[in-house]
Design a protein around this ligand. Sequence first.
Ligand SMILES: C[S@@+](CC[C@H](N)C(=O)[O-])C[C@H]1O[C@@H](n2cnc3c(N)ncnc32)[C@H](O)[C@@H]1O
Length: 252
Amino acid sequence: MNAQLAERVQRSFSRSFRSYHDSASQQSQIANHLVHEMRTGGAPQHFAFGLEFGCGTGHLTQRLCETFEFRSLMINDLSPEAEQTAYAVGADFLCGDAETLNWPGQPNLIASASMIQWLRDPAAFLRKAATALTPGGWLAVSGFGPEQYRELVKVGSTAKAPGLCRSEDLAAAVRDELEIISTGDTIREMHFASPRKVLEHLRRTGVNGRAQKGWTKTSLNQFTDQYVRYFGSETGVSLTYQPTWIVARKRD
Ligand SMILES: C[S@@+](CC[C@H](N)C(=O)[O-])C[C@H]1O[C@@H](n2cnc3c(N)ncnc32)[C@H](O)[C@@H]1O
């Protein structure tokens, strides 16, 4: 991640830290889904050392701690506020950019939900994770695909994350070292009363809808008109999520 993007992403998530947890219903479902796929895929009950990247307010951290036992768990985030998440579950906290940090120890679980889309090179992150895992270790990672926020892309927003990738890309990155247990993606449409409500949702979940630009009355009206013209219906306007995920196991 380049330093400028890391700083912008960190500021945006730090600002939204309080509102994120309750507003991020999609991310909460994704965390549930990852843990479900681990369980049905035969993940063990006990992990010696778990390492989670981009923990945020802890949707995935909580599910992992409810479902599995860890002799030691270390969770990471770019935003220092996420130390509260570590405190809440008794994990160690590692603050910084997952892409450039030195990763500690020999994890037998590497997990991350809704973070890799912010990385410059998610495939390199996954390859590094595959290498870092001990034999028999598990990988459980989700990101977002190219259809993520397609409405915003169409109306010219700069909110698009740099590392959107398809589930095939996730699998291709680790296939040489890991056995793929489960991978896929889904399209989920959320509905909002108006484009302004979409912007509020993005702000509360830490994704600034117009990343570098401030709004003027004219640009906001233009955004609203276009959004309604392309994506309006009697129920309001849509916003598309495309979660993608991979659960895989390192060969013994
Ligand atoms: C959408 S939130 C997801 C949080 C949590 N995993 C969840 O499922 O709700 C993305 C999180 O990733 C963090 N993040 C973004 N880029 C990161 C990076 N390069 N290294 C570590 N954390 C990062 C953000 O600060 C934010 O807390």
